[in-house]
Design a protein around this ligand. Sequence first.
Ligand code: COA
Ligand code: ZN
Length: 307
Amino acid sequence: MSNFVTVNEVGPRDGLQSQGKTLSIEERLLMIDALLDSGIRSIEVGSFVSPKAVPQMAGTGELFKLLPMTDAVAYSALVPNLRGYELAREAGVRSVAVVLSATETMNQRNINMSLEQTTAVCAELMQRAREDGIQARAYVAVAFECPFEGLTPPSVVEYLTQRMFEAGADKVIIADTIGAANPRAVREVLERLATPSAAGQLSCHFHDTRGMALANVLAALECGVREFDSSIGGLGGCPFSPGATGNLATEDLVLMLDAMGLRSGIEPLALVDAVQRVQALTGTPLGGHSFRWLDRQAGKRQGGSHV
Ligand code: COA
Ligand code: ZN
């Protein structure tokens, strides 16, 4: 099984969308610069959603046009509907992610469509993406628990994931939107999905609301998953899911992978600077479980009296 794990940074989208402070395009670009400087090479840059629904994401098209373009970095954007897809395509986006919530109420609250409508829209969108040569991934959100409908049956997640693959998804991201999963629940879902041939097409998105995100990553790694979303400093939440707090912190994920001998291409200590720069930009106290330790190590390496 592969030793390489892709770390997909979602701070500029999942992190910023729930912040009280709306960053300007220039500030969002500075955040991405900080992430690139720390060695992160896969970034969800923003979303093409209604600026009335999520003002923090207004101007994502403009932001895309300003990104340092290099084949070494995979940029993506979240799109909730065909209008969002068209705007993303026009902005030159090469990889999009659609969102299908596993429950009826969450779909309605998030994107004002029924589950059935959303499934059809996602399928049409992915068909268009294929014709346009754009990579398409699909989030299955609230895959463990929904803030409105309670526990999500694994059979529903399995069914929706299959529908997304049938519709042409290059990857399906199993998302614990409110941070309610636990390692046993992760195994229950992934044992249905992550067959040896399919594990490479799966990714997991965990929130650390109840402190179990890393344990959930371990369960997913053991099921063969080799791609995870995370957010620098644990920045995050979801404005449409009551109770959703920070994402799994990128530095916690990278440090655990590194300690386990798995490669992500990112040096854990290099993330300290990114956390600090993003903290200054957002004005939000940031840092995962490991941040203080990493900060001390980074200080020792510099040989200064870093605190
Ligand atoms: N990007 C920008 N504007 C959009 C849009 C998109 N993807 N989709 C619709 N709009 C605009 C329409 O043009 C219309 O504008 P107008 O009022 O100036 O005429 C307005 O939004 C309403 O359009 P409608 O199709 O009726 O959408 P809606 O009100 O049912 O809202 C969504 C649906 C999907 C646009 C909205 O719920 C949304 O943006 N949700 C995003 C939720 C999110 O980001 N969640 C977190 C990530 S999972
Ligand atoms: Zn999330």
